[in-house]
Design a binder for this molecule. Sequence first.
Ligand code: ATP
Ligand code: MG
Length: 409
Amino acid sequence: MRQSQLFTKTRREAPKDEVAKNAQLLIRAGYIYKEMAGVYAYLPLGLRVLNKIIGVIREEMNAIGGQEVTLTALQQKETWEPTDQWDDAKVDVWFKTQLKNGTELGLSVTHEAALTKLMKDFISSYRNLPAYVYQFQTKFRNEVRAKSGIMRSREFIMKDLYSFSKNPAEHEAFYEKAKQAYVRIFDRLGLGGTTYLTFASGGMFSKFSHEFQTVTDAGEDLIYVHEGKRIAVNKEVLNDEVLKELGVKREELVEKKAVEVGNIFSLGTRFSDALGLTYKDAEGKPQATVMGSYGIGPGRVMGTIVETRSDDKGIIWPESIAPFAVHLIALFDEQGTVKKAADDLYEKLTKQGIEVLYDDRDAGAGEKFGDSDLIGIPKRYIVSEKTLAKGEIEVKDRLTGKVEMIAFL
Ligand code: ATP
Ligand code: MG
C-alpha cells in the first residue's frame, strides 16, 4: 500500500480524554478512531492487525476441531430467561432495546444460551456429539469503567467457542486440548513470555477455571505468579488448600498486575439442563450434554500487545500481526532517481507476496522516520541517494534498532 493513498494520518496528540496508553498510541498512529468512551472504530491499519490476530486464533480453533459460525447480536428475552441471565440484577451489563411493537430485545453480552438453544435443532443422539462451535462476534457490554482503551470496550469482538460433549471425560479431554491451543495462540501473538496460565475459581462445575493473564501495569487484575512453574493463581483462589494442591508456597508467589486476555471454563450441564439440550445415548436413554466455554478478546489482545510492546517513540508489533511486514521509506532526491528505484522495489516486493507499506509521500526524513516509529512495522527498508550509490538498501529492525545493509533487490 502506498502511504500517500492511506486516508488516515498520524497525529501528534491523542484526544485529551484518552487516558490509556494503548488507545493513545493507536489513535495517534491512525489504527483506531474513538467514537466515545469505550467505543472505538478500527481504521485500515487497525483492521489489518485485528484481522491477523483473528486469523491466528481461527487457525488454532480449526486445528482442534472448531466449526465457525456467526450468531446474532440481537437477542430475545426468551433465550436468556431459562438460565436467569435476562434480569438486569443478575447480568448488569446488558444494553436493552425493543421492537416497534414493544417486544424487548437485548444486544448480545455473550452467547452460551443462544448457542445452546440453537444446538437443540442439531443434537439429539450420541452420534451428534461431540461438537465444537465458535465465532468472532460483537458483544455489547455496558461496562462501568471504560478507561483501558481497547482493552475494555463497550462494543468489542469476542472469539467464543462452546464445546458440547457426551460426558465429563470427553469434556476434560477437549478442555486440555483447548488449553494447549491457547498457549500456542498467545505464543504466536508475541505474548508467550508475559502470559501465565492462571488458576481461577471453577464455580459449581469444576475445581478450577483457567485464565490467561498477561502481566502489564495497564491490567486491572492482580495475580500471584510462580515464575518457576510459569503459572499463576488469581485472588479468589489464593488459599492454603489451593497452594498445596498446586505444589507451590505462598512466599514463592509474586503479586503482579495483569489483564485477562482469554479464559476457559467448564459449564457443566447448567445451560443444557436449563434449555433442555439432551441427547439419547446408545441405549436410547436421555442424557445431559456437558458444556465448556472458551473466550478470547482480539481487541483486548491488540491493546495488551501495544501496552507491553511499545517505547517512547511508538508501537513495536510482533511480525505475526504487524499491519505490514516491511515499511519502505524513500528519501526522495530532486532528480527523481530515488523515487524511480523505490517504486520498482515496491512493485518487486509486492509481487513476491511481501506486505509493504510504501512511504511515497513528499515529506522530509524526520517526519517519515517519526511516523514509521509510531506505526511500528517490524522491518524498515530505507532507500536514499546514499544507499542507491552503493547499490544497497538500509534495513532497520524496529525492536532492536539494529541496522544492516543488503544488496538492492
Ligand atoms: P473481565 O473480568 O476483564 O471483565 P470477563 O470475565 O467479563 O472479563 P468474559 O466474559 O469471560 O470476560 O470474556 C471472554 C474474553 O473476552 C476475556 O477473556 C477478554 O479477553 C475479552 N473481554 C471481556 N470483556 C471485554 C471488554 N469489555 N472489552 C474487550 N475485551 C473483553
Ligand atoms: Mg467483564
